[in-house]
Each structure stands twice: as C-alpha cells, then as structure tokens.
Design a protein around this ligand. Sequence first.
Ligand code: PLP
Length: 453
Amino acid sequence: MSTIPGEPWSRGVARSSEGVVSVGGVDVHALAAGHGTPAYVLDEADLRERATAYRRAFETAFAEVGAGVDVYYAGKAFLSVAVARWVHEEGLRVDTASGGELAVALRAGVPGAHLGLHGNNKSDDELVAALDAGVGRIIVDSLVEIDRLADLVKRRGGDPAPVMVRVTTGVHAGGHEYISTAHEDQKFGLSLAADEGADSPAVTAMLAVLARPELHLLGIHSHIGSQILDPSGFEVAARAVLTLRAHLAERTGVLVDEVDLGGGYGIAYLPGEVALDPDRIAKDVAASVAAAASELGTALPRFSIEPGRAIVGPAGLTLYTVGTVKPVRLDDGRVRTYVSVDGGMSDNIRPALYGAQYHAEIVGRVSTAEPVLARVVGKHCESGDIVVHEVRLPGDVRAGDLLAVPATGAYGRSMASNYNLLARPPVVAVRDGASRVLVRRETVDDLLALDEG
Ligand SMILES: *Cc1c(COP(=O)(O)O)cnc(C)c1O
C-alpha cells in the first residue's frame, strides 16, 4: 500500500524494513522527538537537485537555439535565508514579491543584481528598498506604478531603474489544459488585447516606460498560471510576447533584450500523477520561441523563467501526529474514518482554498490492517478544515501515529496562518542523516508578544 519510495515523495524519503520512514537519512520518530509535530520537513538534497535540473534543462535547450536563459526561483513558494542561499548556490536567481521576501533574499547574500521584484501594488517603501538593493529588475504592473517608480528614481538620482512590463497574453493555464481569452478579468498585468484603432494596454505601458529617462525598458514579462501540466500554454504565451516585442521594435526601433516566461511548472501531488519534465518543457519552449523569432525576423532575446512550486514543493512534507480517530457513517452506508491531526488549514490552506488534493501515509510503523476510507482533518473550528479529502489508511490508525503528507514544500509554510491562534510549525531541513531548523516553531509567547493588551 505504501508508495514510498517514489513520487510524490522527495527523493530522500525511504521506508525501512520495519516500516519506519526516513527523510534524508533521519527517521520520522527522531524528527518528531527532536522538533515536535506538526513540522514541515525539507529534503535539502532533493531541493538542490530540482533547482539544478531546471537550470541545466533550460540552459541546455536554449543554448541549442542560441539563446541565454536565467532561472529565477519564485520565493513566494517558500523563502527562508537558507533556501535562498541554496538556490543561489545552485545557480538560480531569486524572484521576490514583497519587501519581506526581498529582505530575506538580501539577508541570504543574494546580490541585488540577481533579484527581481514583482507585485501589482508595490508600496513606495518596497520600490525604494528594491532601488537601494540595486535589483536587476522591477516588474511593473500598471501605468500608475510606472510613473510612481520613475518619480522615485528622479528624486533619489542614480541610474535608470531596470524595468520589465508584465503583460497578460490571454493564455491561462493550470491543471491539465490552457485556455485563451482576449480580455482578462483579473488584476495582474497589462493586456495585449487592443480596442479597434487603439494601442493595447501592454503597448501603452511600454511606451510610457520608454518615455521616462529614469527607467530602462529591459523586457517583457508573462506568467500564465500555476500547476501547469500541459506545456502548450507556455508556447502560445511566448509567441504572443515575442510578437509584441517585434511590434514595439517596428514602432520605436527598440528591440527589448529580455523576455520572462514566468513560472507555474506542475508537480505530482498524488501517487500516479506525473510532474512536468524540465528537459521536455525546456526543449519544447526553446523550439517554439526559436521558430517564432525566425518568423518574426527578430534576434532572440535573453529569456528567464520563474519556477517556485517545482523546486520546493516536492522537496517538502508535513509531519503530523494523529489525535482522534472517528468513524462516521455516510448516507450511502459507507463509513468514513475521520483522522484528526495536530495541524490543519493553518499549515496547509490549499485544500480549503483551491480544493487541492493531497496524499497521506502512516509513516512511523508498518501495519497489516485492512485499509479504510479515511479523511485527514485538522484541529480548527471549521468543517472545511481538511488536509486530505480521501485516502486509504490502515484500519488500525490510532492516536500517536505519525502521519506524513507529501509535496507540501510550496505554499504550505508561506501561506500558513495563525487561525485559532495556533503557532505556526517549524521548517526543518534534513540532509545526510542530520536535521536542522531553518525557521523555528512559533510559540504562544510569540503570539502574545504581538498583542498590545
Ligand atoms: C507565483 C508566481 C510564480 C511561481 O509559480 P509556481 O507555480 O510556484 O511555479 C512565478 N512568477 C510569478 C509572477 C508568480 O506570480
């Protein structure tokens, strides 16, 4: 019944002959005893391998068509000082989306030139922090921001700020397919769709950047979605962006140097799911951008991509301790076993927020009991507090069992809350038989420290 080793578990996850699971050579009993539960456990070697795999795949495939490429780790998936350092050591740059993410990446020693700043509503403080850090790119998302940023640069002096304009290509992806619409009803980016006889918002924004000497128009940015398993969306979006780039060159004589194709590379969450293969996607996208540039008669730009989930998601698991176990009879006569763990929607909001599906296994022992239909739930005062909707667990699952949920490295800790005033779990890294805390467990004192009484 166990799916270990194999996807969706990180490569360092193994099960001993006694049935005890280990990560990076540290068994789950030692992790629970040393760090408590719930805890996010990050497999450092696995994370580093995935970072390198993405970088190598894209560098190789794009070199074959004569283009350079940079890989930015999307820090919003999970960022700590150690993780920023690891990905930078593996040759990645770091994408940030707030002053907080920027500060963590800088604390890790990532040079400003290797950082990007995103956001549809950056504050002046965030923009100034990015300018102070000398970030390599600020991805602007509105006309208002373009003027605001240029004014800030004008006031403080110095070099023009390197700017990419975030565009919406109409391509939306996520899950298994992409859809394409002209006008997008969402807050991000500037649309490529133009009204009859008018410039598109994307063109207007690029002209606005070119009109301000305080800004340097570095390139165009497009991010089409998340958890994408069908690569064709990337190709369609890339073609649209290259077409826009050629159009701007005809119009103004400026052929921008860089194109960012965003993130969203899908991973396996459940046994049997297959992650997007970086080698395959890199080859497909490189071939289609090369074809598009040649049809357009323009030289290839330098490219960049921004994987987040694909680097950190599969490297992480959440370790919980089972508390109560409650059989509930359903209308159709079946029995569902509700297994409550010591965390829940505060450490993994994705099931409640997106209906995301996860897998779970009892990892502290082997069981020969018949599997039962189970639902893993948290300890919050909310019936939607579900960690795993449906999973088969051994019929003798009981209080004190250690239960692990794989593929929680991305958007777990980074989206965690203090709902019900639960203290957020630690992030523990494992490697070569040793564990160390990257982000410590919050305490009730931490929570009380914020409360001014
Ligand atoms: C969220 C986001 C990413 C990363 O998405 P993943 O699905 O984690 O790969 C990259 N770029 C931008 C602009 C994003 O908003």
